[in-house]
Design a protein around this ligand. Structure first.
Ligand SMILES: C[S@@+](CC[C@H](N)C(=O)[O-])C[C@H]1O[C@@H](n2cnc3c(N)ncnc32)[C@H](O)[C@@H]1O
Ligand SMILES: *[C@@H]1O[C@H](CO)[C@@H](O)[C@H](O)[C@H]1NC(C)=O
Length: 358
């Protein structure tokens, strides 16, 4: 062997060693991180089963709308930990605001609801589809209202309660496990209600709006951020159809509604529509930028989960769940870029006073 070959081989070996060492450190780090995406919700043997159950559900959804709640529940068993890991305790989008962090713009988007409802410290407010309660805690702290959240997912209830306690807000915030199509609350028992990116999970919007109308006191306000297709959506355009279908599959949605359906449904159940606005429209800053920033890091995360799954550090099926999320992230961003989809079609409604109802 000549010197050049020896030098090349040595540096190659050194390179490999360096790389392996780096990998070892990275593996340690990722192992620690894996604890955050560990499906605390599910026994780890079950992740793959749950994922298969979810996919099967989706294929048969059109035939069985009454199973949607179960299907949504399985979905949130699968992704609650990953959502928290990626986005924190608020599971919704918000317009980006110049000079504000993502957390700050998230808070502003949440506090806007309190302002729209006119929430104050003597009121009891309902959070329809509350997730792990990020918005509930922000709104309780901001307005002083007493908030009752409802979610279909038991695991989220546990998380939300723990966070409420940790934030010292458990006197202000209650969390109940239940279906928002059939809520365990008395008629006319709330002074206000809001829903953030949650009613899109109902097979029929009318059913959830009617239920919210029932539990509100006359004269009180309901405000919602709805996921809808916009006026730019063209159902004849195959790319549009693919994007919207991709959003539905990756988010456990029965069928996305059109922006123009929302007010119609609200009026049909008895609400007065006070205001309606797509909060994603310019000059609002884009809401999907955070989904686009991470192309390279998506690739890294993919590799990481693949390795972790092979080594048995995370449950079998984690990779598939992650693939589903990454696909849906792509479809959501395309929905935003093309302008055919918005996750923040805001509608503000009032339940009329008694004498006006008849
Ligand atoms: C995208 S998450 C939004 C959570 C929360 N609003 C937030 O912004 O952080 C949708 C929520 O709706 C809840 N949900 C969906 N269908 C439901 C149903 N039928 N009854 C009660 N909650 C439901 C899910 O459990 C989940 O908590
Ligand atoms: C809260 O708002 C309601 C309805 O507008 C009002 O009647 C009540 O006096 C307010 N309470 C406080 C403490 O501001």
């Amino acid at each position: 062997m000549d010197t050049i070959t020896i030098v090349s081989i040595t540096s190659l070996l050194a390179g490999i060693l360096y790389w392996l060492f780096g990998m070892g450190r990275a593996a340690e780090q990722t192992k620690r991180r894996a604890a955050d995406v560990s499906f605390g919700s599910i026994n780890s043997e079950k992740v793959k089963d749950k994922y298969n159950q979810y996919s099967k559900f989706f294929r048969h959804l059109d035939q069985k709308p009454e199973q949607v709640a179960d299907f949504v529940n399985v979905f949130y068993d699968l992704i609650t930990d990953m959502y928290e890991y990626l986005w924190g305790q608020s599971f919704h989008f918000s317009p980006s605001i110049k000079g504000k962090t993502r957390l700050e713009s998230t808070r502003i988007h949440e506090e806007m609801l309190a302002d729209l409802m006119g929430a104050n410290s003597s009121q009891k407010i309902l959070d329809v589809g509350c997730g792990v309660g990020g918005p509930m805690r922000a709104i309780a702290a901001y307005s002083g209202s007493h908030i009752v959240g409802i979610t279909i997912n038991e695991y989220q209830v546990t998380r939300a309660k723990a966070y409420n306690e940790k934030a010292g807000l458990d006197e202000h915030c209650e969390v109940v496990c239940g279906n928002f199509l059939k809520m365990p609350f008395e008629d006319e028992s709330f002074d206000g209600a809001y829903s953030i990116e949650a009613t899109c999970h109902a097979p029929k919007l009318e059913d959830v709006y009617r239920e919210i109308f029932r539990v509100l006191k006359p004269g009180s306000m309901y405000v919602s951020y709805e996921w809808v297709t916009t006026e730019l959506y063209n159902s004849e355009d195959p790319e549009h159809v693919e994007i919207i279908h991709g959003i539905e599959i990756g988010n456990a949605l029965p069928r996305l509604r059109r922006y123009s359906d929302i007010a119609e449904v609200a009026k049909r159940v008895g609400f007065e529509v006070v205001k309606e606005k797509d909060l994603a429209k310019p000059p609002a800053g884009v809401w999907w930028s955070r989904l686009r920033k991470t192309k390279f890091s998506n690739w890294k995360k993919r590799m990481m989960v693949m390795v972790l799954e092979k080594l048995g550090f995370v449950a079998k099926g984690t990779g598939e769940v992650q693939e589903m999320l990454l696909r849906t992230i792509h479809h959501l961003a395309r929905g935003g870029e093309t302008g055919i989809f918005t996750p923040m079609h805001m509608i503000l409604c009032r339940k009329p006073e008694k004498q006006q109802q008849a």
